[in-house]
Design a protein. Structure first.
Ligand code: PLP
Length: 414
């Protein structure tokens, strides 16, 4: 069952291993909470995309996991970057990703961020409002540059995912309405420092059924032909990211090849390059959060396993009531009990699992929280003055620390 999450995750004897490295040994050497990522898995996932979409540009969504070593690894596999901030641009460039493979979305780009990206000559700004078009034009003019743009359109397709990560609906803050997008495209004709090169859409995240992608790409292709007729030179269709991953044991998830089967027939006549922006489906199941059991507490009607990873380390359960599967790092025969797995933070929402059937664990033992590679460390914080976790990259039996554990001095240093 573990191999369905990640083929490099397995028990050897009674110890859990990731990419041929013992997780218990890592927890003992580096302490917990500890994020561990499988390099082999991340490489496989980028290759799965490039094989399914041989003509496309795969821009890894840096927001999912911005660790510079991870970004370098996806770059080594030929991926570009999808960014949403100046910080993500900095990390992408530092990892050696060519500007010609970087696309930049986001509803609230600042002047400083726009100038940085214009000067870096990135492939394309995915512009989210009319006002952003005007500001970008003005800034590009000042810098004596032309900024290549796509307009992010909202196809009003329901991706059937959590409302917080559903981004392509009419009511969402993202993009412009696809029905009126021609107006924004027409407006660019007055803006001399912009060059329209594409259409962008991203309908949401953790999408487990590919049919919304078909509907969204059909709408985007319709707009493509309309714009071509109006004389626009649309060279890129950026169809975003969002492919879902396995979180629950009973869940099955689509592969990049399923996405290709859904999308490619819709775009096959189109003479534009396809761009995809996968994040979660590249790194999500590459990663594990290791946590140590601190206390067991039985209140009669309720049982708690209290661990040293809190919502400041992994906020997804608190934020989206997300399910993360958990297994003990040491395998042994023991009964299952129904328990809440909770962290040390002073919030009732600080849980990793509620009413979970978990094998009875003891104080001091390690638990592996699965599917933690995406939006895990990336969303972590210092809440309750907790230094952020250490991150380790493992690959074929080798390991290296890719981010040291913070300490109290680090937190107050600035
Ligand atoms: N592209 C854009 C514009 C996004 O907003 C996101 C996520 O929110 C992604 C790509 C990556 O999505 P995912 O990690 O679900 O693949």
């Amino acid at each position: 069952m573990l191999k369905e999450y990640n083929p490099y995750l397995e028990y050897k004897g009674d110890d859990l291993y990731l990419d041929d490295v013992s997780l218990r040994a890592l927890a003992e050497e580096f302490g917990t909470p500890l994020y561990v990522y499988s390099g082999s898995y991340i490489r496989d996932r980028i290759r799965a995309y490039t094989e399914a979409f041989p003509e496309a540009l795969i821009c890894y969504a840096v927001k999912a996991n911005f660790n510079p070593y991870i970004v370098t690894l996806v770059k080594e596999e030929g991926a570009g970057a999808d960014i949403v901030s100046g910080g993500e641009l900095f990390i992408s460039l530092r990892a050696g990703i060519e500007p010609s493979k970087i696309v930049y979305a986001g509803v609230g780009k600042t002047v400083k961020e726009l100038e940085y990206a214009i000067s870096s000559d990135i492939l394309m700004f995915n512009v989210e409002s009319l006002m952003e078009l005007e500001v970008l034009d003005e800034l590009a003019g000042k810098l004596g540059r032309k900024a290549r743009i796509a307009i992010r359109v909202n196809p009003d397709v329901d991706p059937k995912t959590h409302p917080y990560i559903s981004t392509g609906m009419k009511k969402s803050k993202f993009g412009v309405d696809i029905k009126t997008a021609k107006k924004e495209y027409e407006h660019t004709k007055k803006l001399k420092n912009l060059q329209v090169v594409g259409i962008h859409c991203h309908i949401g995240s953790q999408i487990l059924d590919v049919s919304p992608y078909i509907e969204a790409s059909q709408k985007v292709v319709e707009l493509y032909y309309d714009l071509i007729k109006e004389g626009f030179d649309i060279q890129y269709l950026d169809l975003g990211g969002g492919l879902g991953i396995k979180y629950k044991p009973e869940q099955s998830n689509p592969e990049p090849s399923d996405l290709a089967e859904a999308i490619l027939p819709v775009v096959k006549e189109v003479k534009a390059k396809i761009i995809l922006e996968p994040g979660r489906s590249v790194v999500g199941n590459a990663g594990i959060l290791l946590t140590q059991v601190q206390f067991i507490k039985d209140k009669g009607h309720k049982h708690f396993v209290i661990v040293d990873a809190g919502m400041n380390d992994l906020v997804r359960p608190a934020m989206y009531e997300a399910y993360h599967h958990m297994v003990p790092v040491e395998r042994k025969d023991r009964p299952y009990i129904k328990t809440d797995v909770v962290g040390p933070i002073c919030e009732t929402g600080d849980f990793l699992a509620l009413d979970r059937e978990l094998q009875a664990v003891e104080r001091g033992e390690y638990l592996a929280v699965l599917s933690a590679g995406a939006y895990g460390f990336a969303m972590s914080s210092h809440y309750n003055v907790r230094p952020r976790a250490c991150e380790v990259l493992v690959e074929k039996g080798k390991y290296r620390v890719i981010r040291q554990r913070e300490d109290y001095e680090y937190i107050v240093a600035l």
